[in-house]
Design a protein around this ligand. Structure first.
Ligand SMILES: [Zn+2]
Length: 183
């Protein structure tokens, strides 16, 4: 991960906010709560505490919803022909770090979600209907106030395996690293 400028991001975030819609969201507290509510509607005699405990101990609840989430992300990836992505993170973890990572030819939801920290995350992924890029709000125990990610669809470099092309010029089809090697 390398540093990137925070100021630029704030501007970009504001610029895209008006055209966003939720692609997927994940919140285990909310899932448990709505399942408990559902159980009490099915059985009005059930106490609030019991309903919560049943919901919390349901081994399938999270599995089913996670499968739904992966399917939605998988469809998004398919729509964009398994794209390469530049993922910029802001305010990450307790150190509030900024940085970016590139993912080449993303095929699966698991591969896509690899930018999230390996812990219990609560997140929402927003889709920008103008440029089709994504924005992610994520919270976890090391980042209770939330960290942000911006995900841009980019092209993969024609020469090397990992490189991506950031230039919007369609004539440019190799990454900056390969360009440096050629000159
Ligand atoms: Zn390259």
């Amino acid at each position: 991960m390398q540093d990137s400028t925070f100021v630029e991001t704030q501007f970009l975030f504001r610029g895209i906010q008006l055209t966003e819609q939720v692609l997927v969201s994940w919140d285990t507290f909310e899932l448990t709560q709505s399942q408990a509510q559902f159980l009490r509607e099915e059985d009005p005699e059930l106490s609030e505490l019991d309903a919560w405990e049943f919901a919390e101990n349901d081994p399938d609840l999270f599995i089913w919803h996670w499968e739904d989430l992966e399917e939605t992300i998988g469809q998004w990836l398919k729509t964009y022909d398994y794209p390469s992505l530049r993922i910029e993170g802001y305010n990450m973890g307790w150190q509030h770090r900024s940085g970016y990572m590139d993912l080449r030819d993303v095929q699966t939801a698991k591969q896509f979600l690899s930018f999230l920290p390996d812990t219990n995350c609560t997140f929402t992924i927003y889709k920008n209907s103008v440029d089709n890029n994504l924005r992610v709000e994520n919270a976890h125990h090391d980042a209770p106030t939330g960290e942000g990610y911006r995900i841009r669809i980019v092209r993969g470099c024609d020469l090397c395996y990992d490189g991506i092309v950031l230039s919007e010029d369609p004539e440019v089809d190799i990454c900056e690293h390969c360009e440096d090697l050629e000159t």
